[in-house]
Design a protein around this ligand. Structure first.
Ligand code: EPS
Length: 389
């Protein structure tokens, strides 16, 4: 079954990832992984760090001549900015006077700084923020894009995009598909489904930056052709919508997750929310609508999976809020770190990536994932069995 771990600090030498459980025989497209990494670095509203970084994945295990071996896949992404932080962030050499230069003692409200310091006993909050930084999500994207390639080989496609920045919404048309959305979001630098409000949002982000403030937004992920029956109703831990929600909430700055109509369903009658059942000999079982976002009873039902995520504004403000210095206990303004005005665009790729990981995990938990060709054959047989049920 697919599983993974990441390591690395934001200004340390590199990010490291280990991904296990990918079937043998998957031809990895490294350029496509790097395209995902580049997309995560982009987007209007990013700060200056991204002009330093040029994220590219280096694969050092689990791959031979471009083909997965079934063994753990080892991944590296260099932090180019480490060159400027060498004295402060060197993993091994002893601290020098330099190392106190960027000491952080005034925790930022809304960031992991204060509680992380309290929990792990750090007196320099840099020891917290270096790992809680969203830099880590670069590796989750590399891993997620590998899972996305695996899913594509199983006929499953997905995309994550932005449908709200601040209070401005840009909703996709009801008949938008993964294919049309994937195309549409390349037509602007905000990963929005259409360009109608791009100028308005550019102005909003620019004005917010000038004011020293930040913006959040809403991300939507659609996954198509996911077979019914992934997850299980039998135990709460095995409900796949719960696992997806946990993974999405585990993305930095996400404060809300919805499946399908989510919170909106609460305001409607049952007759308006349940998706009526249909069957055709050629296509099998379906629903007439998809208010429940592809899930019934914690299991996929064969309809597109719809996941939405609310991202809070980034807590690092150039116009800082009140804090208390952990050394002197004096009320001070929070520390100011270089940051983005909004990270909603990169977060949309991160959320897409973690959804891909959870779907790939569910499939490899359900079927033997040792070998891709066998997994493909099993899935084809399973889909046929379900169609005729
Ligand atoms: C981040 C602060 C900024 C962002 C960073 C997340 O980094 P820095 O302090 O080096 O300017 O650029 O995001 C990334 C480095 C990235 O690759 O996404 C933070 O405090 O979380």
């Amino acid at each position: 079954m697919i599983d993974y771990v990441t390591a690395g600090e934001s200004h340390g030498p590199q990010l490291t990832g280990i991904l296990t459980g990918v079937p043998a025989g998957l031809k990895l497209d490294i350029n496509a992984i790097n395209a995902g990494l580049a997309a995560r670095q982009g987007g209007f509203g990013r700060g200056n760090r991204q002009q330093i970084e040029h994220d590219e994945v280096i694969v050092t295990g689990g791959l031979r001549h471009g083909m997965t071996l079934g063994s753990p896949i080892a991944l590296t992404i260099q932090n180019r900015d480490h060159a400027h932080w060498h004295a402060i962030m060197d993993p091994v050499s002893p601290a020098t006077a330099d190392n106190t230069l960027r000491r952080v003692t005034r925790p930022r409200p809304g960031h992991a700084d204060l509680v992380g310091g309290m929990k792990y006993g750090h007196r320099d909050l840099r020891n917290v923020l270096e790992r809680s930084s969203a830099r880590e999500t670069a590796m989750r994207v590399a891993i997620g894009q590998i899972c996305k390639q695996l899913l594509a080989q199983l006929g499953i496609d997905l995309v994550g995009y932005v449908q709200q920045i601040g209070a401005v919404k840009v909703l996709a048309a009801a008949d938008a598909t993964v294919a049309t959305l994937t195309q549409a979001i390349t037509q602007n630098d905000l990963r929005l489904p259409d360009n109608t409000k791009v100028d308005e949002i550019h102005e909003l982000i620019t004005a917010t930056k000038k004011a020293g403030d930040t913006l959040g937004g809403v991300i939507r992920v659609v996954a198509e052709n996911v077979p019914a029956g992934l997850g299980s109703y039998t135990n709460w831990q095995t409900k796949l919508d719960g696992q997806l929600a946990a993974a999405v909430m585990g993305v930095n700055a996400i404060k809300g997750v919805e499946i399908g109509d989510g919170f909106d369903a609460a305001a409607h009658y049952g007759s308006q929310v349940m998706d009526e059942i249909d069957w055709h000999a050629d296509t099998g079982w379906s629903r007439l609508t998809n208010h429940l976002g592809g899930f019934e009873g914690g299991m996929t039902n064969g309809m597109p999976i719809i996941v939405k995520a609310a991202m809070k504004p980034i807590p690092t403000l150039y116009k800082p809020l009140q804090s208390v210095d952990i050394q002197t206990k004096e009320v001070k303004k929070a520390s100011v770190e270089r940051s983005d005005t909004t990270a909603i665009v990169p977060a949309s790729i991160v959320v897409e990536s973690v959804v891909a990981i959870e779907l790939a995990r569910a499939i490899t938990a359900t079927f033997d994932g040792s070998n891709l060709a066998r997994l493909q054959a099993m899935l084809t047989e399973y889909r046929t069995e379900l169609r005729d049920y």
